[in-house]
Design a protein around this ligand. Structure first.
Ligand code: SF4
Ligand code: SF4
Length: 212
């Protein structure tokens, strides 16, 4: 199972409802609660009605960013953020999406009422997984549907230690996640547990911590 499939499956099956941002005609973001109806592992599927302003925004600027999280409180939450390009697939997929999400029949109970609906696919982009329920925290970044040189290819974030490191330990003292390995010089940051807080860079006397 690919990384994107693992996270998309969790999003569709365990979280389901996301907060999705689109861009309006003035260039400002607008958010809406949107259910993720299905995934093929490399993309996500959702639907909307053609009469909604969301539909117009998706057509005029076919790009979305969404966040979804699950947990009782902040420290038990797993969160997923996805940003990427969308395309309209039309009405053909609606019956299949209804079959997989039977609750939709309560909202659009008849064939006639379903005619307003159209399906969209988030087909390429990047995602970020953040699990605050683990100690240390766990994070991961992934691409989906890209060919490696696409503009939506994963934008790597975080911090790395370069060869200027003198092994003084100042970064280790201020790291809230204990995710800096001191086994060898230069020290090494375990990105999968890093908060991206920047403490290490601010504390380093040698300019050995770079922000990606
Ligand atoms: S960015 Fe913060 S959490 Fe990550 S290694 Fe530096 S101090 Fe630690
Ligand atoms: S503070 Fe800078 S020089 Fe010191 S151990 Fe950390 S990265 Fe290396």
């Amino acid at each position: 199972m690919s990384e994107s499939e693992k996270y998309f499956r969790y999003l569709v099956d365990e979280i389901h409802t996301t907060i999705m941002a689109t861009i309006d005609e003035t260039g400002l973001p607008v958010t809406a609660a949107i259910d993720m109806m299905d995934t093929d592992g490399e993309s996500l599927y959702f639907l909307t009605a053609k009469g909604k302003s969301l539909y117009d925004r998706l057509l005029s600027k076919p790009f979305v960013s969404l966040t979804a999280l699950k947990g009782e409180d902040t420290m038990s939450s797993k969160a997923l953020t996805v940003r990427g390009s969308v395309r309209e697939l039309g009405h053909e997929l609606i019956p299949e999406l209804f079959e997989k999400n039977p609750y939709m029949k309560n909202i659009y109970p008849t064939e006639e009422s379903m005619r307003a609906l159209t399906a969209f696919q988030i087909y390429k982009g990047s995602g970020e997984w953040f699990d605050l329920s683990k100690r240390p925290i766990e994070r991961a970044s992934f691409d989906f549907g890209t060919d490696g040189d696409d503009e939506t290819e994963l934008r790597k974030e975080g911090y790395v230690i370069n060869d200027k490191c003198i092994g003084c330990g100042s970064c280790v003292a201020v790291c809230p996640q204990n995710c800096i390995s001191t086994d060898s010089i230069p020290f090494d940051i375990h990105a999968s547990h890093c908060l991206y807080c920047g403490n290490c860079m601010n504390a380093c006397p040698a300019g050995a911590v770079d922000r990606r």
